[in-house]
Design a protein around this ligand. Structure first.
Ligand SMILES: Nc1ncnc2c1ncn2[C@@H]1O[C@H](COP(=O)(O)OP(=O)(O)OP(=O)(O)O)[C@@H](O)[C@H]1O
Ligand SMILES: [Mg+2]
Length: 377
């Protein structure tokens, strides 16, 4: 009675010890499990953090590309002008300095309206200035090839391996070799050489523009022609370069604007066409910063009398004068215009009127004299 049951105590403390040990073991097990999970969680968090960082980096890289794509999309849905202004233009300094010397004088004949006499103007002016003794290079930048056809037919030249507009804009041709191989029209047109153009030019121009837009071309393709024409081979060979531009703001047309001192704008002198001059000149203004040498825009009245009498012409002349005043350089409307000649219409560009018809020749001489005085050729 009243004695301690040692056996019971021993068994109870054994159970207690076992309980404590078990508890320790279980806690330890939990701890390890939890620690293990925590470590795993930590690893996952670190991985997530690094993934997030990488994603943020990629987003920063993609951002400007996305902005470019957006600009490209907007430009593609807007006017051609915007496409050509997508990348800021900076005229290469050596090109700017050589063009600044004004020799040879480079004149682009351009109007986005079709059939206004651009090609006819280039051909007849080339014939006249060549005859005067100026060394003239006529460049056809229209894939329709009307100027090439007109001049080559006149000079009786058929097929030729001579350099074409494509070669001038390809960016990898030797300018000296190009100049040596241009087509000489000497047999019929004194002192006139030609760089011709044909159908394949269209696809070439589009591909070149797209590659430039998406950054696949290393150089600024807008200055390809300027680089060739400011090469000494061309500078020393010519006094005057006349470029026939297409009625589009194509790669060729932009290259022409990027290397010219002067834009001549043939316009039918009726009211509607004269009204379009202001709009065209305003569009041209956007391209002036591209070429520091481009300063002169002159409107030439063409096809007078085709639609109406002298009163129509006079009204249109004033409208053209107001329109060309939008030009931020030197604007001018030539007093000598070119009337509608039945012979020219009938021959439809198969010959150079200057060479065949006295009245056509006289009209172009008057115009050329005024151009010469205006531009101090
Ligand atoms: N003064 C004129 N009198 C009569 N016909 C002319 C005159 N000038 C040009 N033509 C004729 O009008 C047509 C268009 O002329 P031209 O090819 O020179 O225009 P263009 O502006 O170069 O055309 P495009 O925009 O297609 O390049 C030709 O058939 C040409 O012979
Ligand atoms: Mg033409």
């Amino acid at each position: 009675m009243g004695g301690i049951d040692f056996e019971a105590v021993a068994s109870a403390s054994g159970i207690l010890g076992l309980g404590v040990a078990l508890g320790y073991f279980v806690r330890h097990l939990f701890r390890r499990l939890i620690d293990g999970d925590l470590i795993k969680c930590n690893d996952v968090r670190k991985k997530l953090e690094s993934d997030l960082k990488a994603a943020a980096g990629e987003r920063d890289e993609i951002k400007p590309q996305l902005a470019n794509l957006n600009k490209l999309r907007n430009a593609l849905t807007g006017e051609e002008d915007e496409l050509w202004r997508l990348h800021t233009a900076e005229m290469p300094s050596e090109v700017a300095s050589l063009l600044g010397q004004n020799r040879p004088k480079i004149i682009t004949v351009m109007n986005l309206k079709g059939g206004v006499g651009k090609t006819t103007t280039v051909a007849n002016l080339a014939a006249h200035f060549g005859k005067q003794g100026k060394r003239v290079l006529a460049i056809d930048l229209d894939y329709q090839g009307s100027l090439s056809r007109m001049l080559m037919l006149a000079a009786n030249i058929r097929n030729t391996d001579a350099p074409r507009a494509i070669d001038l804009l390809s960016g990898n041709q030797d300018a000296v070799a190009l100049q040596r191989q241009v087509i000489s029209l000497q047999s019929t047109l004194d002192n006139v050489d030609l760089v011709s153009c044909g159908q394949s030019f269209d696809r070439f121009e589009n591909r070149l523009m797209l590659r430039w837009l998406i950054g696949d071309e290393k150089d600024d393709v807008r200055y390809r022609l300027a680089r060739v024409l400011t090469n000494n081979a061309f500078r020393s060979a010519y006094d005057l370069i006349l470029i026939d531009a297409p009625p589009r703001l194509s790669t060729g047309a932009i290259n022409a604007l990027a290397c010219s001192h002067v834009v001549l704008i043939p316009t039918v002198l009726d009211r509607l066409s004269a009204e379009a001059v202001g709009n065209f000149v305003s569009r041209l203004n956007h391209f002036r910063p591209m070429n520091t040498a481009l300063h002169y825009a002159g409107v030439i009245g063409t096809l007078r009398g085709q639609l109406g009498g002298a009163d129509v012409k006079d009204g249109a002349f004033e409208i053209a004068e107001r329109g060309v005043a939008n030009w931020t350089g030197t604007p001018y409307v030539f007093k000598s215009d070119i009337k509608y000649f039945t012979d020219l219409a009938r021959e439809a560009g198969s010959n150079v009127g200057y060479l065949k018809h006295k009245d056509v020749k006289e009209a172009y001489i008057l115009l050329a004299d005024e151009i010469e005085k205006q531009l101090r050729l």
